[in-house]
Write a protein that binds this ligand. Sequence first.
Ligand SMILES: [Zn+2]
Length: 119
Amino acid sequence: MPSWPEIDYFHANAATARGRLAELEHVAQADWYDLYRHKHDGSLWRVDREDKYQGRFIVRVPSLSDWESFDSSPLEKQLLLSARGGESEDRCLIAGCSAKAIKASAFCLEHTYERGVRK
Ligand SMILES: [Zn+2]
């Protein structure tokens, strides 16, 4: 396994992304994703196709059979939380939600994510 995090943001023009792509071969394509295989260890990595409105991710997927349907949202939430530096001391603004807001957001992790925020 390459020593990459299980999920990361993917910025096509960044050196990190170019370096990773150089170690990968393209395997398949779907509406929203491209699938790559690591040239040396065979691990599978799914990359979001370009989208104007949302950040892109590169995420390790467990198998060829369900690479397209693999639910990466729990990993995306973890990444969002760590990108924000964790929770703040404030409560989420959504009525009835008692969770703490994440830093630089008025909402908790779930409600921030629900609004389409990924970073
Ligand atoms: Zn909330």
